[in-house]
Design a protein around this ligand. Structure first.
Ligand SMILES: C[S@@+](CC[C@H](N)C(=O)[O-])C[C@H]1O[C@@H](n2cnc3c(N)ncnc32)[C@H](O)[C@@H]1O
Length: 544
């Protein structure tokens, strides 16, 4: 924590007892048997607070301020009775959008005049008043004890934070961690905010806030633990896979869950995938584990990501289908095409835990008597190496939106290895060149929804937002991708790969969107040779 600036008020501490208060409300005394009908008939006119029933017992505590105290002389209905609490006039004035906050209730408990139930009942609309009359209800008051537990986190924080300091509107969760982006004013009260969130969200153990912008190559968030356990190693589940990661040292974004699923969904079942910036494996592991059954070469330059990737490969038992690497993405792409070997010494040895032995089959088929089918032999791990001639792969995923596009020139001339000889020679039945899914950022005004591009009103055509996955028209983005494929080649008139598609991923900021650009590596890019046909300033062939 930074030292507190003595010129400012000291940071607030969480005083839970401050929310303990007695609140006296106008009520109607009704026969116990009529509760259901009265509650239904008085909808919208009851005192409505989370974790507080609108009907309470008619005992000394609840009814102490009622007619027994002589404030409202009425006849009591015969038999067992209950008090149904009515919404007082001050609650309607105080509650924004009908929701009462802790501050409203504390203020009312301290200052609202004793309620006059007869006046409240008289002010009810005729239909509601008739419901009360039909059961012989009489005016009363009810006193309830309110406490910290009655109020949700936002309400508590609104009551406690100084004027001008907003309660945080939302947070993201990563396993047991709540991740906030506190502004400088909120940061002064970080411990208070963190403590309330922990109290109110029993599944959380740790609260962190982002301090500063992501600037490192590895995209890990600069974080500070503001409350709870200083444990940033979280376990999250996505697409039926479990990922363990240290949120303080690697990249993870729960908001990408839908995109991970969409992109994996677009892969060919059983194909080979190159995950160039794999992080801890949210594309790679589901692609291998699920029904896609892909073989995945997964790479991340961050040694911490690599370690967690290896651990997650082991934990999800996909060591036979996912090979982990820790090299620069550019070298990885070139090695996969067979253009260059990976650097001296190759990738670090993968730390993939051996698969756990399976328990013997139980029941009639197996167990004890030596009968039944033996467990299948463990599958050998996929070697974490790339053959010298490269490997045939169907798709590459590059999720480093801030700079992945600038890696695209690594594909140019990269497919020179033996693995791609038949494709290079144009032989029938040779493997198709891979599809690239590269993520990037775009300004909102660079994007148009595909549906609107061919028609519709002009005003509707720029509407880009909402759910991800929608196809976009974005010539500027396509232009940047093509320019990157040919960067430094001298080809000043490259063509856009046929079939290039741009999809919205998510809104990042008011004028910033994350998008996925998908295209097939064009043959003139793949087989480019310095000074050859496809480059050197000559016009590139149009390609698929
Ligand atoms: C935005 S994260 C995406 C991680 C993962 N694919 C996901 O969707 O959660 C980008 C990843 O690229 C890695 N990275 C950064 N520079 C790299 C490079 N030159 N080569 C390979 N990986 C790199 C970072 O360590 C980080 O894990």
């Amino acid at each position: 924590m930074p030292a507190h600036d003595p010129s400012r008020p000291p940071p607030l501490l969480l005083d839970r007892a401050r929310f303990d208060t007695d609140l006296t409300l106008p009520a109607a005394r009704i026969p116990a048997r009529a509760c259901q009908a009265v509650v239904a008939g008085l909808k919208g006119h009851l005192f409505d607070l989370a974790r507080q029933p609108s009907v309470v017992g008619d005992d000394a505590r609840h009814g102490g301020g009622g007619d027994e105290a002589g404030t409202q002389k009425t006849d009591k209905p015969a038999g067992p009775t209950r008090l149904v609490m009515l919404r007082p006039a001050w609650a309607t004035d105080a509650g924004s959008g009908g929701t009462l906050g802790a501050a409203d209730l504390l203020a009312a408990a301290g200052s609202a005049p004793p309620p006059d139930a007869a006046t409240t009942i008289a002010a009810l609309p005729p239909a509601a008043a008739a419901v009360l009359a039909s059961v012989g209800a009489t005016p009363a008051t009810a006193t309830i004890r309110l406490g910290y537990a009655h109020h949700p986190a936002a309400s508590v924080l609104r009551a406690l934070l100084p004027p001008g300091v907003d309660a945080p509107a939302s947070f993201e969760t990563v396993g047991h961690i709540a991740h906030l982006n506190l502004n400088p004013d909120q940061l002064e009260h970080a411990a208070l905010i963190g403590a309330v969130l922990l109290d109110k969200n029993p599944g959380l153990r740790t609260v962190v806030t982002k301090v500063g912008e992501i600037s490192s190559t590895f995209r890990a968030l600069p974080l500070r633990v503001i409350a709870g356990d200083p444990d940033t190693v979280a376990t999250v589940t996505q697409a039926g896979c479990r990922f363990k990661l240290d949120y303080g040292t690697v990249y993870w974004n729960s908001r990408l869950e839908a995109e991970h699923a969409r992109c994996v969904g677009d892969l060919e079942p059983g194909s080979t995938l190159l995950d160039v910036m794999a992080g801890v494996g949210p594309f790679a592991i589901p692609a291998a584990k699920g029904e896609k059954g892909c073989t995945v070469y997964a790479n991340d330059l961050n040694p911490a990501s690599y370690e967690w990737l290896c651990a997650n490969i082991g934990a999800n038992r996909v060591g036979h289908a996912v090979a982990p690497f820790c090299v620069d993405g550019r070298a990885f792409i070139r090695a996969a095409g067979g253009a260059e070997a990976l650097a001296e010494g190759g990738p670090p040895a993968a730390i993939v835990p051996a698969p756990k032995p399976r328990p013997p089959p139980s029941g009639r088929k197996g167990g004890g008597d030596g009968g039944g089918e033996p467990p299948p032999p463990p599958r050998p791990p996929l070697p974490a190496s790339i053959p010298a001639g490269g490997l045939v792969y169907g798709a590459a995923i590059m999720n480093l939106p801030a700079s992945a596009v600038s890696f695209l020139d690594a594909f140019r001339g990269a497919f020179s290895g033996g693995a791609w000889a038949a494709t290079r020679a144009g032989e029938a039945g040779a493997p198709a060149l891979p599809t690239v899914h590269v993520y990037t950022f775009a300004a909102t005004d660079e994007l148009e929804e595909m549906e609107g591009a061919g028609g519709g009103k002009e005003g509707e055509r720029r509407r880009v937002g909402g759910g991800g996955g929608g196809l976009l028209t974005a010539p500027a983005v396509a232009g940047r991708v093509v320019a990157a494929l040919w960067a430094g080649s001298g080809n000043d008139a490259p063509t856009v790969p046929l079939g290039l598609a741009i999809r919205l991923v998510r809104d990042v900021a008011p004028n910033k969107r994350m998008v996925r650009v998908t295209f097939r590596v064009p043959a003139d890019v793949a087989f480019w040779e310095k000074g050859g046909d496809g480059g050197g300033g000559k016009r590139a062939r149009v390609d698929v």
